[in-house]
Write a protein that binds this ligand. Sequence first.
Ligand SMILES: [Zn+2]
Length: 122
Amino acid sequence: MSDLNDVNFVKCDCCCLSEECTRCYITTIREMYGGKWICGLCAEAVKDEVLRCGNPDEAMARHLTFCTNFRASGPPQVRLIRAMTQLLRKSSKSMPSSPRDATVLTRSESCLPSLTLDDASP
Ligand SMILES: [Zn+2]
């Protein structure tokens, strides 16, 4: 008997990390990524890559290459995960913020005429 809420161990096609997920969730992810199952961390990395290259297929391929290269060099999985987390942190930090705008605001504020209300009273 197969239940969609059955919990199965599934291995990430990118980093080979095993996760325990419901069959329903596994199916959803497989549909999203063209038959591949990827873990939450890889999904985030792929999403990030999509933002950069604009092509989901290319993003997936790039991330696969990243993971394959990392695994080929021999370090344990933990380091790959750390590398990915750093990658994601870096990209979320590079949000568009211009310190110049802040300077302009401060300047215009300091240019405001200082009104002294006390002088107006008779
Ligand atoms: Zn993964």
